[in-house]
Design a protein around this ligand. Sequence first.
Ligand SMILES: [Fe+2]
Length: 297
Amino acid sequence: MTLDISHDTSRDAIVGDATLTASRHSARLDVDAIASDNTIDELAARGHADLAAGDLRAAERDLLDLLEVATVAQREAEVLRLRATELEGLVRAHSTELEEHQLETFQRLAVMAEFRDTDTGEHTIRVGDLSAEIGRELGEDAAWCEDIRLAARLHDIGKVAVPDSILLKPGPLTPEEFEVMKTHTTIGAQILSGSSSPLIELGSIVALNHHERWDGTGYPSGRQGVDIPRCARIVAVADVFDALTSVRVYKHAWSHDDALAHVLAGRGAHFEPEIVDAFQRVIDRRLSASNAPVLRP
Ligand SMILES: [Fe+2]
């Protein structure tokens, strides 16, 4: 804020960022602070009046009053600035703490989900990693891929409610048992849905939809095509490929090539074609990386 008072005066003063400059023909006050406009207007008007009346001393006193107002305002502004900075720091620390708590809760949920995984938790981790790689191959941004890597770990969390007699049955399931097994999708969604955490909400979507099929023949809802959330369409490919290449109580581990051929055969039926193509590129890259010669210095 700048105030100008013109008359024959002569005075200079500097206090902090407020500068009072009075010359023979003008007086100017730069106020780089918050001040009461009414107070300043009133003082400035008095200064003008004093100068008009030829009372130089009175004008100087008014200018000094103005300067004092500016200095006080500047001090108050500095206090406000410090308080705002302190509050900002508190909010930032609290947010980080909340995010850390949220992530820890999520990881504990993932551990719980993995207790029901017959592959000591490795399956869910591999499905998460492969899903994230497919996501990156599809051009999804890094944050989304990281979210899907974590959310995919919860895809089978609903199995906590499936009895061991069904979950760990060494042979094929009866139609009734299969119906019970299917409920792990809806139960998983019930466990995770309604969360204020976007990550857990994503986990809920994945849990509910990872057994849906592109052609609409999946479960629990028979959703079809792009009506199936994209995250679940990606996890579906990763889940099937990894399950086939793993040993289960009811099956041996398929060879890498057989599992790959199975997924490719499901292109456009079980799985979205674009996602299968991205998956194939990821697998090819993994293979060429594992076959790359080790260079010695
Ligand atoms: Fe599942």
